[in-house]
Design a binder for this molecule. Structure first.
Ligand code: UD1
Ligand code: CA
Length: 445
């Protein structure tokens, strides 16, 4: 069958009251990206001619996030049908399929959207509705079927009779509608209902009067339409997404010692034979090559980690970190905006910020780069095979030449020549016998 052109309208203009938030609901993040981006990713797989996001008047962040897709403002949240109406000027004359989706369902897959579109392929079918069956339905619209299993009408939970509430088959909120008919049908919707809203769910009954059938496409996995109405829902959807990301990491050849405690971002890239211990959190922008080991309790964001590195336990890698092959980062080490070349070691208690460290250098326990002077950030450049001793402060901007040794406890404020030893240390004064006489004094009362 010839594929009809497709346009998609996504509704996000509702009030989202239950989130108790100054942020538009669809901007709340799931695995590190706004939930609307998840839905858009799935929609984009279908390559529609147009994607139109209907937003509330003040939702500038939503318009920014969904670019390059179009946005249109629904001036007042008068209901889901009114929201679709707001998008009509952008699909004027469009006679293909109009896919209408609710913006708060980030888990809905492209495959399910495709089945919904295909459901409309049958003769005389003006609308396809994505339905889902629950043993005890939430406050969703109920699908009232005709004897031939086509849809008679949808009744909203708030408008349903006790008998209608017994129906298990519910409206997910996703529709595929004949674009040639949409505007005419929408014009007939009224708001005489419990919420005085214009319901998109009135469309099937109106289409029926026009001689057009509505068919139901049954959703296989109810998890796909988990919606976000509250912070509790947000946590449930986050967990569902994390389960998918964990599964994907393992399928791609990573070992997760305790998958339930590892948190990925939407874009985390992980190679093969990567081992990840318990309680590891990935923020956005992490790329991990093959054969990397990440021990327990690490937090990693915006970092590239090359093959054979070992990280943690208890390490923090911040944005702009690039670890070249076989770098070793130990416990309580923080790295930001820094290049650590092959084989560098920073095994304990160190801060490395705004730095370039040459291959083979050892950055000892308690050593730090002093990168911030209260106003500006400065860089520290360290050559290859140097030895940065324990408790060294490298006050940037500063350059340490190849092969230099920096003695423990030194505060380095000037450049150090290659192969030199730099020591900055006061002479040790010793008073012989002081300790024993002090103890004696303290014990005699
Ligand atoms: C809606 C459906 C219900 C379905 C349920 C599934 C209607 C009338 N009801 O109910 O049948 O079972 O979803 O979750 O459609 N929105 C706007 N403008 C508005 C109102 C809403 O853009 O004026 C957007 C919201 O931002 C949201 C979506 O539409 O993304 C759904 O709105 P919501 O109020 O949550 O509808 P439900 O009561 O959940
Ligand atoms: Ca909802």
């Amino acid at each position: 069958m010839k594929k009809r052109p497709l346009a998609c309208v996504i509704l996000t203009a509702g009030v989202g009251k239950r989130m108790k938030s100054a942020t538009p609901k669809v901007m709340h993040e799931i695995a590190g990206q706004p939930m609307i981006r998840w839905l858009l990713q799935s929609v984009e797989e279908l390559s529609p001619e147009k994607i139109i996001v209907v937003t509330a008047p003040d939702a500038i962040s939503v318009a920014q996030t969904v670019k390059p897709h179009l946005t249109v403002v629904q001036q007042k949240a008068l209901g889901t049908a009114d929201a679709v109406k707001a998008a009509l000027p952008l699909i004027e004359g469009f006679t293909g399929d109009v896919l209408v989706l609710l913006g708060d369902m980030p888990l809905l897959s492209a495959a399910m959207m495709q089945s919904l579109i295909e459901t409309r392929d049958q003769a005389d079918t003006g609308i396809a509705v994505l339905g889902v069956e629950y043993k005890s339905p939430p406050a969703f619209g109920r699908l009232v079927l005709n004897p031939d299993k086509t849809l008679n009408r949808i009744v909203e939970d708030k408008d349903a009779s006790a008998e209608e509430r017994q129906i298990k088959l519910c409206n997910t909120g996703a529709f595929c509608i004949d674009g040639a008919k949409l505007a005419g049908w929408l014009a007939k919707i009224e708001n005489t209902n419990a919420q005085n809203e214009f319901y998109i769910t009135d469309l099937p009954a109106i289409a029926a009067r026009d001689g057009s059938k509505t068919r139901v496409c049954l959703l296989g996995d109810a998890e796909e339409v988990l919606g976000v109405n509250s912070r509790a829902d947000l946590a449930i959807v986050e967990l569902a997404m994390q389960k998918r990301l964990r599964k994907r990491a393992m399928e791609n050849g990573a070992t997760l010692h305790d998958p339930d405690t590892v948190f990925f971002a939407w874009d985390t890239k992980i190679g093969r034979d990567v081992v990840i211990g318990p309680n590891v959190v990935f923020g956005p922008g992490v790329i991990i090559a093959d054969g990397v080991t990440i021990l327990a309790f690490c937090h990693i964001e915006g970092a590239r980690i090359d093959t054979g590195c070992t990280i943690g336990p208890f390490a923090r890698l911040r944005p702009g970190t690039h670890l070249w092959p076989k770098v070793k980062i130990g416990n309580f080490v923080e790295i930001k905006n820094a290049n650590l070349h092959e084989g560098v070691k920073a095994n304990h208690l160190a801060y490395i910020g705004d730095a370039d460290i040459g291959a083979g250098t050892n950055f000892s326990c308690g050593a730090i780069t002093v990168n911030y002077d209260g106003f500006d950030k400065h860089r520290t450049i360290i050559g290859e095979n140097t030895m940065i001793g324990s408790n060294v402060s490298l006050v940037a901007p500063v350059t340490i030449g190849h092969g230099a040794f920096i003695a423990a406890g030194s505060t380095i404020t000037r450049d150090v020549a290659p192969d030199a030893l730099a020591v900055e240390r006061a002479d040790v004064k010793q008073i012989e016998g002081w300790a024993s006489s002090y103890r004696k004094k303290k014990s005699v009362k």
